[in-house]
Design a protein around this ligand. Structure first.
Ligand code: NCD
Length: 336
């Protein structure tokens, strides 16, 4: 049983293998956080006296700002550690050593983005090993994106936004469009959405459909379907939501695949193509958007677009995640 299977796990490393109940309880916590934050006159006190350390080894705008805002909205201290995104020496042991040093300084929860898939899992293991050799509590780790692997808080905020809009996830038809193969957002959404009973269609050229794509469907009972299409117009006819994804240029490493303009011509989400969708069909994007490539500028800004709602909801999802993952205040009997 992986730690992610436990609804009250101290780490949030990914949605793969997470039970439907565990995911639902995250979405529930998010709803409660949003209500509390909306009613409160100032910051909530949930993480007063605790420190949240943001470690970003890859570029980020939304995710880092969103986590910093969330931590402050819970009265946490925020420290930042950002490494040069181009340095190829920052991996493996360096990350672990950095983490154990920052832990020694007093971080209670880490948010980590790293270009190597699995980096946060290694970090979690190292911190757990330290705990066995005498530490009472280790800080929790939240995965802010690891390589092409997972980006759980992004998927949770996408799912929360869809849930808020439609009042359900079960039975929704969701299209994920673009560079699925290199997208951690696609993987986390695939495991999360299908676990909650949504049916997912990946739409992409063959080069951008990962091998063994069936493994991205949750194995929870009652999981939604996962299918692949190479025809965007056909795929959006029955869709309730379409999420466009950026081409992950930094991860392509010379792999074959159409250049942006060719992709846009055959697959790009345009108003003309969206005319084939249901009137109620909404459009999402995790950002950053490459306007005119995976999505038309006017469509991104249209009333169909939930893109800025996704960003706004990200703060509440991350508040819920931080409140769960931060180690309990020391000397407070294990209670936060
Ligand atoms: C995504 C990421 O970093 O994985 N961005 C984000 O967190 N909102 C998607 C991307 O970079 O295309």
């Amino acid at each position: 049983v992986s730690p992610a299977d436990q609804p009250r796990s101290r780490n949030l490393l990914g949605l793969q293998g997470m039970t439907t109940a565990a995911i639902t309880s995250y979405l529930d916590d998010t709803r409660k956080m949003k209500e509390r934050a909306r009613k409160a006159k100032g910051p909530l006190e949930d993480l007063a006296g605790r420190t949240c350390c943001l470690m970003f080894f890859e570029p980020s705008t939304r995710t880092m700002q969103s986590f910093a805002t969330s931590a402050r909205a819970l009265s946490a201290e925020v420290t930042m550690f950002t490494a040069g995104a181009t340095s190829s020496t920052v991996k493996g042991e360096t990350l672990l050593d950095t983490a154990t040093n920052l832990e020694a300084i007093g971080a209670d929860v880490f948010v980590v983005r790293h270009r190597s898939s699995g980096a946060q899992h290694l970090m979690a293991k190292r911190l757990a090993a330290m705990a066995r050799s005498g530490e009472a509590e280790t800080p929790g780790i939240i995965n802010g994106g690891d390589g092409c692997h997972e980006h759980p808080t992004q998927a949770l905020l996408d799912m929360f936004t869809l849930y808020e809009h439609f009042g359900k996830l079960k039975g929704l038809n969701v299209v994920l469009l673009g560079d699925i193969k290199h997208s951690r957002v696609a993987r986390s959404n695939a495991w999360g959405l299908t676990a909650c009973g949504a049916n997912l269609t990946f739409v992409a050229p063959t080069a951008w459909i990962p091998e063994g794509v069936e493994a991205l469907r949750s194995n929870a009972s009652g999981a939604g379907d996962l299918s692949v299409s190479h025809d965007i117009v056909d795929a959006i006819r029955d869709a309730d939501a379409v999420m466009a994804l950026r081409i992950q240029k930094e991860r392509l490493a010379g792999e074959p695949g159409p250049p942006g303009a060719a992709f846009a011509a055959e697959y790009g989400l345009t108003a003309k193509r969206m005319a084939h969708a249901k009137e109620s069909c909404v459009v999402l994007h995790p950002g950053p958007i490459n306007r005119g490539v995976e999505i038309d500028s006017a469509l991104a800004d249209s009333p169909r677009s939930l893109i800025l709602r996704q960003v706004a909801n990200g703060v509440f999802v991350r508040m819920a995640a931080l409140a769960r993952c931060a180690r309990p205040r020391r000397g407070a009997g294990g209670k936060p």
